[in-house]
Design a protein around this ligand. Sequence first.
Ligand SMILES: N[C@@H](CCC(=O)N[C@@H](CS)C(=O)NCC(=O)O)C(=O)O
Length: 250
Amino acid sequence: MQPIKVYNGRHGTGPNPWKVILVLAELDLPYQIEWIDYSESKEEPYVLLNPNGRLPAMVDPNNGVTLFESGAIINYIVDVYDKNYKLTYGDDRLAEKYQVQSWLMLQMSGQGPMFGQMVWFTYFHVEENLTTPLQRYTTETKRICSVIDNALRRRRAELNLSKEEPVWLVGEHYTYADLSFVMWNRILLNQSTPEDGKWEDEMPEFYKWHESLISLPAVNKVLELQAECIRTMKDSANEVRNRQADARKI
Ligand SMILES: N[C@@H](CCC(=O)N[C@@H](CS)C(=O)NCC(=O)O)C(=O)O
């Protein structure tokens, strides 16, 4: 099998390409990261792969398939390559098969955009300290975390699991839905705490779930690779940050 190409923005701080890479790594599939500068992402030739001009895009030379949007790419990889249902459920578990989709949709429509806007208004927006949008996106971000925290608590009770056992969003094993949340949660948990306490106290199931996910060997390996890329490569996202900083001075 030829490696699946995943386009990533130099130097790899953006979470979305890594969501795809986590799934590829979990399925032990060969992949190759194609690095581009963020400044090249809005122009041809890249927009021929991703008309939305964002990262990631995926090219699978084995089947001649080119896709954009991380959720669609994950769906494709799992449909085509996860024949043993390591990260999903088969037609004999129809409810679970589509519940996994529900959570991926929440990740794509809720977690990604809300967390993303929170980061934007914290670090990138031209006007600094705009409290209303920041409050809105921070509240939404925490609300989504608490949706997950509550769902995991209910699952633990349904499955009668002890406090020490890991619990997952759907069924009894982790799926691509759990994995899809890792990269954004990592940014959130590394940078902030809930207003009046620690994540482990305020949202214990959410916190433990994230800890279980980042301890998975394949996930851990990808996180190390990301850290290495950030350490050793040119930071093209800095160009965006500098442009914003200049605009703030005007
Ligand atoms: N919904 C898209 C979001 C893609 C996205 O926003 N990617 C970021 C990198 S993680 C990006 O390209 N940012 C540059 C920009 O917004 O111009 C997906 O999940 O693929």
